[in-house]
Design a protein around this ligand. Sequence first.
Ligand code: THU
Length: 131
Amino acid sequence: MEINWDLLREEAKLAMAKAYAPYSKFPVGAAALTDSGKIISGANVENASYGLGLCAECSLVSELFRQGGGKLVAFACVDGHGNALMPCGRCRQLLFEHRAPGMLLDTVSGIKTIDEVLPDAFGPEDLEIRK
Ligand code: THU
């Protein structure tokens, strides 16, 4: 599947503009291409109870299911300046769960696979094997 990285980055920026980040003042936007060719996006949504804030990736995964589900083929995340931002550790795990084989990410050091940004990951397969 053809990946239009510029479009993904633009969609991430549009999402970032809708972030609710009054506490950190650090808006984040994320966008992904799914295996059915859809582009989905999400933004961070913070909370007065600081620890309850939702990352942009959480909002993106919710949107994935709201749009009928599927797997993530390519992913881009941007900060408030529109620059590439690495997903936090928790969100790498979140993305891993919903990856398409060979999922690609736009990172601060170029395009990388999900396995490169979360090596030897724990995932759904481990639950099956260790039963
Ligand atoms: N944030 C994200 O939305 N995604 C990440 O992967 C990194 C961090 C948000 C969480 C919080 O609202 C703000 O950035 C500052 O940490």
